[in-house]
Design a protein around this ligand. Sequence first.
Ligand SMILES: NC(=O)c1ccc[n+]([C@@H]2O[C@H](COP(=O)([O-])OP(=O)(O)OC[C@H]3O[C@@H](n4cnc5c(N)ncnc54)[C@H](OP(=O)(O)O)[C@@H]3O)[C@@H](O)[C@H]2O)c1
Length: 338
Amino acid sequence: MRINDKSNYKAYVAAEYRYETMQYKRSGNSGVLLPAISLGLWHNFSHFDQLANADNILRTAFDYGITHFDLANNYGPPYGSAEENFGTLLKRNFSAYRDELFIASKAGYDMWAGPYGNWGSRKYLISSIDQSLKRMQLDYVDLFYHHRPDPETPLEETAVALCDIVRQGKALYIGISNYEADRTKKMASLLTELNVPFIIHQAKYSLFERGIEKELFAALDETKLGCIAFSPLAQGMLTDKYLNGIPADSRAGKEKTYLQPETVAAKLSQIKQLNTIAEGRGQKLSQMAIAWILSKKQISSVLVGASSSKQLKENLVAIKNTSFSEEELKKIDKITLM
Ligand SMILES: NC(=O)c1ccc[n+]([C@@H]2O[C@H](COP(=O)([O-])OP(=O)(O)OC[C@H]3O[C@@H](n4cnc5c(N)ncnc54)[C@H](OP(=O)(O)O)[C@@H]3O)[C@@H](O)[C@H]2O)c1
């Protein structure tokens, strides 16, 4: 008997061409290769977003060789909902591809109420990874991060907790995020002593956020850690979307986000000047912004966000041209370092 389902929903089968165009870069001196572009689920995967759109973005990502997906305990809103939705879609579409995926989560910011749901204690980190695994319906994550340094918990306690998470088989590798240079070096030495596969630093880095270039880049060279750059488009400002105002469906136009219209307004002149350079290179501003990050030797991967698969496809084109002339670099420095 025929059924009358008009949805045209198709079970996912990954594209055969998925490894043809993506480039893969080693994370520091580890054994892990990361796609030049990875996908972050901070926005667009919450209970307030359309699951069908999230589904589309993930399918597109994997079809074009994005093997690395980045989450955190509190991505949403509400906190936990991105992991929950990711778990649902993972089970539905990607179960057969688990060994082709490199999945990350993190803990370090506020997650649940009371003294044990934040920062860097052993109590928080071990409870949080257990919660994340349940929400994502996974036995282990490939990478677990301490999301930000905790000025009050001894670094040794955080390091041993991360080590135990690996020893318990809940994560294969460890990373840190938002750590400054000195603390990065200290964590590297503690984790090396513990024999923990510590492979990466996740840092905010873009044409508008260049603070890590001096001390952190030197620390990464010294510790031989990889680096993945988050918010590479400055949350969407380094695209052409704000050139003529703030669209209502953009991150700056929506509620429950961390990008304010005033921040966009303050950057508009720089955005326009950078857009002109991108046009001269035959690239979209978003593509140039990603390419510029990829041209830095410390960077293993650029961690983008996307609210549609169209945006993601546009961003993927960036890897085709990551070389810059001296003149272009000088112009970019003049605009972004002023
Ligand atoms: N470790 C940390 O502390 C930390 C902090 C923040 C983020 N992260 C990670 O980094 C990931 C990326 O951060 P992010 O989302 O801020 O990255 P982003 O790449 O700087 O911004 C992504 C946003 O820009 C807009 N966009 C992307 N491509 C576009 C295009 N081609 N044209 C026009 N608009 C475009 C979309 O926003 P709209 O369309 O909605 O305007 C999209 O959601 C997160 O998902 C998370 O995994 C980590």
